[in-house]
Design a protein around this ligand. Structure first.
Ligand code: PHE
Length: 368
């Protein structure tokens, strides 16, 4: 940086141009390798000792009055050039560096994350039903005996309760049996909660965590996920149930998939069925995955048992004694339930349920 001020003797346009080109070049050379923008700013724009101030004073003093305007314009242009250089990204960045932030450094890359494969499977299933006009309901994981069992037609001490290895909350003995708390063994209690709160028509899906006293192995986990469905309206028949589930299975596993319904038993549905789909691995020919049967069992379903509507009606009548919304002479419904892990394992070819809970990034990253 040269600090010397060259006096100016001629003030015609050509001389002014030459003088200012020299200054502009000086500024440009300095900004090309700008390492300390603050020093550069002070050097040129400093209010007392700034070069621009000193030069303009010296030159304006010796300038004839008619040249002052031309000089002024050129000083303004020079000032703009200096200011623009200070606003340029490199100058700004270097300035930030001085103050502790260097925006020229690469940022910290935060991986945005992905939905867990169980969550995305849940979303996939739920969205198939959303497209059919269903909405989503949720309920608590700590549930009362009434919602989890009694209202679903599992009477106290009935052997049907043994089909669900229930984890109960400690120290509930002093409570009436219907109020005793347990970890819900299925998502079906939300059917009851929904019907108590809402008159038909009802079309809901209920995704959520459930708990059973099961030992963990390759296909079982004491905590797992289900998606329940419930449809209640006038004239709902078993063919509606079949058509709905057949469509859902095709939407999830491909339009070639076939479904078949086997008689089964659940206390809260009558008749009840287990649904099998044609093996998606061998197309139904028979392979190890389907134990050479060509079919894979995937869900439970059935027509809502009138005893369930009766339990719901009894609850609703506590609020409105005349309530008749769930009169099983007038309305019917179907319900179904499926395991999310099982579907996710099939969709992604996962052979051990434990991978879903291990938190092992090498497993999870495959779903990114
Ligand atoms: N809740 C049943 C279970 O967990 C599944 C099911 C839901 C069956 C709805 C029929 C209707 O085994």
């Amino acid at each position: 940086m040269s600090d010397e001020i060259t006096p100016l003797h001629s003030f015609d346009d050509a001389s002014l141009d030459t003088a200012f080109t020299t200054l502009a070049d000086e500024v440009r050379t300095e900004t090309d390798s700008l390492s300390d923008p603050e020093a550069f700013r002070l050097h040129w724009l400093g209010r007392k000792q700034g070069r621009l101030k000193l030069i303009s004073e010296a030159w304006l003093k010796s300038a004839p009055p008619e040249a002052k305007k031309a000089l002024g314009i050129r000083f303004n242009q020079l000032k703009q050039q200096i200011e623009a250089a200070l606003e340029a990204p490199t100058a700004v960045a270097t300035k930030s560096a001085v103050h502790g932030i260097d925006i020229t450094l690469p940022g910290t890359v935060r991986s945005p994350g992905i939905p867990h494969p169980l969550l995305s499977t849940m979303h996939e299933v739920v969205s198939v039903f959303h497209h059919l006009g269903y909405s989503t309901n949720l309920g608590p994981q700590v549930e009362s005996d009434f919602y989890n069992f009694e209202a679903l037609n599992f009477p106290p001490n009935h052997p049907a309760r043994d089909t669900q290895d229930t984890l109960v909350i400690a120290n509930q003995q002093s409570r009436p049996s219907r109020d005793r708390l347990l970890m819900r063994t299925h998502t079906s209690p939300v059917q009851i909660r929904t019907m108590i709160a809402q008159a038909p028509p009802v079309r809901i899906v209920i995704p959520g965590k459930v708990h059973r006293n099961d030992a963990a192995d390759a296909t079982h986990s004491p905590i797992f996920h289900q998606i329940e469905g419930l449809c209640v309206d006038t004239n709902i028949t078993f063919s509606d149930l079949k058509g709905t589930l057949d469509h859902a299975m095709k939407a999830l596993f491909g339009s070639d998939v076939k479904t078949r319904f086997f008689p089964s038993f659940f206390p809260f549905t009558e008749p009840s069925a287990d649904v099998q789909i044609s093996c998606i691995f061998c197309g139904g020919k028979g392979c190890r995955k389907c134990k050479h049967s060509g079919w894979i069992e995937l869900l439970g379903c059935g027509m809502v048992d009138p005893a369930v509507f009766a339990a719901v009606t009894a609850e609703r009548r506590k609020i409105n004694p005349a309530d008749d919304a769930y009169n099983s002479e007038k309305i019917t419904g179907f319900a179904f339930g499926m395991g999310v892990e099982r579907i996710a394992m099939m969709l992604h070819g996962v052979s051990d349920i434990g991978h879903f809970y291990s938190g092992d990034m090498r497993f999870l990253e495959q779903f990114a």
